[in-house]
Unconditional design. Sequence first.
Length: 214
Amino acid sequence: MSQKIFIFSGLGADHRVFHKMNFQEFEPVFIRWLEPMKDEVIQDYALRISKQITEQNPLVIGISFGGMMAIEVSKFLTFQKLVLIASAKTKYELPLLYRVLGTLKVPLFFPMRWLKKSNQLSYFVFGVTTQEDRKILDAIYNDTSPSYLRWALNAVCTWKNESVTQNLLHIHGTNDRILYYSKIKNAIPIPNGGHLLPLTETQKLEELILKFFK
């Protein structure tokens, strides 16, 4: 029986961004995002979503906001190993602007219609260049729940975590325009990589992840 890898996707990055990756003998299991409850904090959400992890000492991957959520879940469950992709380990790795927006509660009032449709700017920010990858991003935007999107944006901007979990591998693109590589500590750099590394740097990512998990 193949060993499972539990994968937390993120904002602008659901299970479809992993469709190019070959996990070989491992079985990927994609965690489903739940609709947030009224005024739910990230710690309570993490406890709810952790119920989808059905194995002891699991192997876990988190991309973008999914990496932050995986860290919150690791406070309830013990992970054998955790891979963060284009994510942040603590609040100090987030851009200062995000933290300011969180303090001002801007995400709670930001017009979601501006974020529900991808465009040339979002393609640039996420670092996707091919027509195929842009179509995937379009579909993800279209399928993302507005209530989840608003909640998750606020959760990112108000994240308080200061501790770093053990047995962790952090992989980050040097051209990430959402979570800047210059703010990230102790990560393996992917030269010229953007935010959606599973789409744009598939082979490099496969090699690093499989070597770590094996």
